[in-house]
Write a protein that binds this ligand. Structure first.
Ligand code: GDP
Length: 821
């Protein structure tokens, strides 16, 4: 015992501290407070005082003391049944005597402790029925004698401390142990639960958490109600451990708890949520439901075989420099393909055996200064599509700009896409062999897009080349290697391989064939790999010229055979210990991909902007602006970026004239952006991608509206608003001029219904050229009010006649919608 204070000593001997202080004063030890230390000498002084003070009765007092001592002895030997019985007697006596206080100190201090300890020991000893147990600190206030409370419960062998009485396994039911609950406790729980106790598991501060009773309370109530059956009940109520993925449907959730979906719907209704059976719930909501129903919710982590994969991933191994991976981008016809072809033809070792390079989606070249790998699918579309799938493959972009043509729209797009991905650009000014080539013009034009040559104080490398003659190509490759050096690209070579699927196809003879870019580790023939949702053993592995190879290290592309199916470009590849594990993970992923998509669909919507901002999730509102004319792109970009506040930066990552393309949507996915279409529409491919990826897109035809809505979204004040629902669309096949009706559009209705008198737009190349109303509608010679999909019709627009074959007609309705916020 470290230091004895007056208070602790009083506790040891079972005297109220005040009383002890009085006795100390009487013994000549004055001025003590209960928190003051008490030395052995002082204790002895007190003891002597008390002895002499009791004076006359000394012998008697001694006897009492003896009794006391024997008691303590017996207690220590309490493992022998008989001694225990004696002890009980003594204690009772003590409570009546009520004056053992002076005696207590007689025992040397050390022994006083010894008395207490065995008692404590006994508490835990359940097989000591006749003895009643003294809680170690039963003293509570004035009672000078520790044992007072004990005397009463002596007869029945009751286990004393009623509050802390839980038998060991009961601990599993305790509400406050949720985080530490081990998995194996699960089996105990049903048994440990009080029979028929409230079937709700107590939860912290959740709505509807009223029956937060201790297990025992619940037990008592129910037992008395259910009479003699009480103890048979545990089998009925099973507390389940429910493992929740990030998203789960109401039906799946119900199934996991082995209850009807209606039960789940009911609980959610009580919580104020109306849901359908197929509705997807996020994990948090699902957790509330699970707890509300008395089960225990866990994150689905432990079911996630990928967790194991991740652990394996983090294998040690020294990082070594690795070759850069390059994508070629630029405007159409500026020479991307020619450049890639030239490099492949002249630089890829066309080995002795056969020696014809084949297209496998990527190739690597060895230069005196180092190795570099080219992705053989040029253009920002492929680049961003890859990124949209979460794959980061490219280290450096070669931007090809034809010296005779200069910066063109796709040049600018390529810059935006590369910048947004944070990938450095090396500019190849191509077609330098042509007489019209104008290097300076290219530089100047690129500067306006913030690609600045080094000699003008920037950091971008410009290399004049000709993909036709090969002039400058070596310099270009050197420049790329130089840029790569700055990036300090490294990888671990000595570990299980991981990488990305560059492309994949089903080969008639060979089955699924995939080009894999190894990013880390070394891929070997015979390895078991997982590629997205497919798995398999690498049966054969070839390089870009069709040679069979045994292994491939970081940044090396290889074609592999042996996968169970055709993976997607952009899928992650990882080496796995065995095929069973690979299959398991592949299966798990099949479920997970669904979830990921769902999650994405919740993300980056203008309508939940504010909420996400509040939660601190959004620091930058990323936008893509597509508009009909350059003036609108600029005006919108400026106005929108001006909305930036201290908390949230508004950034237009891509602003461009033209309809919304697939590559815009991919960029939106890759950079979590919202698309603003101003007098432009998404084309068919883009629309499909928008739907499947859940990208948020907003159309406007007044700049003020666009700016105001974004502003409102940032302030969390989106007002109920009119939405334009397209009810039908048609393609103009022919244009006639009639004397009566003027210019008539001969149309084929492609979707929905075209109605007379409705609002309509005319689109040319996905750009809105007219916004008005359908004035007349005819089918053959009859005026009709509507024409359905698949039919032909003739129509005219109110006050508008500048139409052409190929234009699209969109008929829409304005619908008032309440915003979700
Ligand atoms: P891509 O659309 O960017 O892939 O461009 P291509 O590689 O298909 O090239 C378009 C056209 O430009 C082709 O006719 C090429 O032969 C030509 N071309 C490409 N590079 C050069 C070059 O350096 N010099 C000349 N004179 N023509 C080139």
């Amino acid at each position: 015992m470290p230091e004895t204070t007056v208070k602790s000593f009083a506790e040891q001997i079972g005297v109220a501290p005040d009383k002890l202080l009085q006795q100390l004063v009487a013994a000549g030890i004055a001025g003590k407070k209960s928190s003051d230390p008490l030395s052995d000498d002082e204790k002895m002084a007190l003891l002597n005082f008390l002895r002499t003070h009791h004076g006359a009765g000394e012998p008697e007092a001694k006897r009492i003391t003896l009794t006391q001592k024997s008691t303590s002895k017996i207690m220590q030997n309490s493992r022998f049944g008989q001694s225990r019985a004696v002890q009980v007697e003594v204690r009772k006596k003590r409570t009546f005597v009520k004056r053992p206080v002076p005696d207590e100190p007689e025992a040397p201090p050390a022994e006083a402790e010894a008395i207490v300890e065995p008692v404590a020991e006994r508490v835990a000893e359940p097989e000591a029925p006749p003895t009643t147990v003294t809680p170690p600190e039963p003293v509570e206030a004035e009672e000078p004698v520790a044992e007072v409370p004990v005397s009463e419960p002596v007869p029945p062998p009751v286990v004393e401390p009623p509050v802390a009485q839980e038998p060991p396994q009961n601990r599993t039911v305790r509400k406050d142990t949720r985080p530490e609950r081990g998995r194996n406790e699960r089996r105990e729980r049903p048994a440990a639960r009080p029979p028929g106790a409230g079937d709700r598991k107590p939860h912290k501060g959740r709505p509807g958490g009223a029956p937060q009773r201790g297990a025992s309370a619940g037990k008592r109530v129910v037992t008395s109600m259910s009479g003699q059956h009480a103890f048979e009940m545990p089998t009925e109520r099973v507390v389940r451990d429910v493992y929740l993925p990030e998203a789960i449907t109401v039906a799946e959730l119900a199934q996991q708890m082995s209850i009807k979906a209606v039960e789940v719907i009911k609980v959610l209704m009580q919580l104020g949520m109306m849901v359908t059976i197929n509705q997807v719930l996020d994990r948090e909501t699902a957790t509330i439901v699970v707890e509300e129903l008395g089960h225990v919710a866990h994150e689905a982590r432990s079911h996630d075989p990928e967790a194991a994969l991740k652990v394996g991933d983090q294998e040690e191994g020294a990082r070594e420099p690795r070759p850069p991976v390059v994508t070629v981008m630029g405007h159409v016809d500026h020479g991307k393909t020619s450049l890639l072809d030239y490099i492949r033809k002249t630089k890829v070792a066309s080995g002795e055996a056969g020696g014809i390079t084949q297209h496998i989606g990527a190739y690597h070249v060895e230069m005196p200064k180092g190795m570099l790998t080219f992705l053989d699918t040029p253009g920002h579309e492929a680049f961003t599509a890859m990124r949209a799938r979460g794959a980061k493959v490219t280290d450096i972009v070669i931007l090809v700009v034809a010296a005779d043509d200069g910066v063109m729209p796709q040049t600018v797009e390529a810059i935006h896409h590369a910048r947004e991905a944070g990938v450095p650009i090396v500019v190849a000014v191509n077609k330098i062999d042509k007489p019209q080539a104008d290097m300076e013009r290219v530089k100047q034009e690129l500067v306006t897009h913030e690609v600045v040559p080094e000699e003008w104080g920037g950091s971008d490398i410009f290399v004049p080349v000709s993909a036709k003659t090969g002039q400058g190509i070596e310099n270009l490759l050197d420049a790329v290697l130089l840029q790569a050096e700055l990036l300090e690209l490294t990888a671990v070579r000595n570990t299980m391989a991981s990488g990305i699927v560059i492309e994949a196809r089903l080969d008639k003879g060979r089955g699924p064939v995939a080009t894999i870019l190894v990013q880390e580790g070394t891929l070997r023939k015979g390895d078991v790999i997982l590629a997205g949702r497919e798995s398999g053993r690498v049966r054969a592995m070839t390089d870009e010229i069709g040679r069979s190879i045994k292994e491939a290290g970081p940044s090396i592309p290889v074609e592999v055979q042996g996968l169970s199916g055709v993976p997607n470009a952009g899928d992650e590849v990882s080496g796995v210990e065995n095929e069973r594990k690979a299959r398991e993970i592949a299966l798990f992923r099949q479920g997970k991909y669904k979830d990921v998509k769902l999650q994405r669909q919740q993300a980056s919507k203008l309508s939940n902007m504010f909420q996400q901002m509040q939660e601190g999730d959004v620091k930058t509102l990323t936008l893509i602006v597509k508009a009909d004319v350059q003036g609108s792109v600029e005006a919108l970009t400026e106005a929108l970026e001006k909305l930036s506040t201290e908390e949230v930066k508004v950034r237009v990552v891509h602003g461009m004239v033209g309809g919304i393309s697939e590559s815009d949507v991919n960029l939106a996915v890759a950079s979590n952006a919202i698309i603003i279409g101003f007098n432009v529409r998404a084309d068919g491919g883009a629309r499909r991608l928008i739907d499947s990826e859940g990208v948020d897109i907003h159309y406007y035809n007044v700049i003020y509206d666009a700016v105001n809505e974004v502003k409102a979204a940032m302030a969390g004040m989106l007002k109920p608003q009119f939405r334009e629902d397209v009810v039908g669309s048609a393609e103009i096949r022919e244009v006639f001029r009639t004397s009566k009706a003027g210019v008539v559009a001969g149309c084929q209705v492609s979707e929905g219904v075209i109605r007379r008198g409705r609002q309509a737009r005319v689109l040319r190349d996905n750009v809105v050229i007219y916004n008005g109303e359908i004035e007349s509608l005819r089918r053959f010679r009859d005026d009709v009010s509507e024409v359905k999909a698949g039919m032909e019709c003739g129509l005219t627009f109110k006050n508008y006649s500048d139409i052409r074959a190929g234009d699209q007609v969109e008929v829409y309705e304005r619908v008032e919608v309440a915003r979700t916020l």
